[in-house]
Write a protein that binds this ligand. Sequence first.
Ligand code: ARG
Length: 461
Amino acid sequence: MTETSTWSQRFESALHPAIASFNASISFDIELIEYDITGSQAHAKMLAHTGIISPEEGEKLVTGLEQILQEYQQGTFQPGIDAEDVHFAVETRLTEIVGDVGKKLHTARSRNDQVGTDTRLYLREQIQQIRQYLRAFQSILLEIAEKNVETLIPGYTHLQRAQPVSLAHHLLAYFQMAQRDWERLGDVYKRVNISPLGCGALAGTTFPIDRHYTAQLLDFDSIYANSLDGVSDRDFAIEFLCAASMIMVHLSRLSEEVILWSSEEFRFVSLKDSCATGSSIMPQKKNPDVPELVRGKTGRVFGHLQAMLVIMKGLPLAYNKDLQEDKEGIFDSVNTVKACLEAMTILMGEGLEFRQQRLAEAVTEDFSNATDVADYLAAKGVPFREAYNLVGKVVKTSIAAGKLLKDLTIEEWQEIHPAFDTDIYEAISPRQVVSARNSYGGTGFNQIKQALLDARSQITE
Ligand code: ARG
């Protein structure tokens, strides 16, 4: 190793090749190039604005940086491992383009505040994109819900049939989860959108910089109040990964339901050929690969959140190279969440069909109207607990007799309790069972109609 180092004169020899590659982040942080350039342009403008460099020098740096972006977009600038990271790659190329003035770019700046700035600029944009994906997902859920107010589906607790609900109600539950995800990302955005630029390596700088000026140029809402915190804070990354994990929890739950619904045991939905795959050996099979993959990919996003928490735990102030490990998890989470939202939106929108006939049968073939019999008696003055016990007995004898509640004769009902009248049949019909749950937020049709209107206005705000 006789080559000279890229570092200051303090170093006599170059890095061991294996260590150089171990140390380098260029293979993945090249993703930040656009933001690195934008951040550097703002920094150069600020240096000129404050008189730290001349206006001409500032101009040269800004134009040179612009050229690097074009070269990158055209594919002519492809920095290799020797660049170490995107920040060095850009700075080195800049000096090749504009000459020695390029060496002034890093005045009053460190890669520590630079990488923090880049990551925030990247995440800021990605958050807005993910929010759009969430909106598209919500729109599809809402569209299907609007068409299926009257479609009934068994509602479950403990994965046992409990009470029928409107399919719209079921889908709106996922709509609300996505709404919280959308809001949560908006909240994370506030903490992402704070500028660490100008915090320097850790302690600030001796130059008369203007941090507010760069923050304004880069559209940051505010600036870090403490330079040590500014360069070493990754709370915003943890918060983002947490919000991303929550999105995945929700998508994974829906995935699980679609997988169950498409099984022979449920048969509530049929998968369209465009979103299902076959088996290489069993010709009869149609597999729900999309929701299975979404459910599976959830694990890696949770993993990235866990990794980030562990990276931060026990990290002394201020910057430590451990922080370079934040990026791959963030990038992968961003890409995974977007891909999963897109796939689930397509799956729900055009990849499956609810089997209306089968759903209509499903809500009439069980005892999920038993609560309504108890409610019927309770409404006629029988204490609820007494009514509940009575109906429990009826269910038991009906099961033994191979009957459903709707099959009992009026004589049989009146034998159970004289308060029963012929209107019991209507009261326990699935449609009425659903319709009657008209309490706020319930599945009653009037509630659903209002909920649909509210949901529509939530996404058009
Ligand atoms: N590639 C580094 C990272 O991603 C940039 C900052 C390096 N700073 C340092 N002091 N070595 O974190």
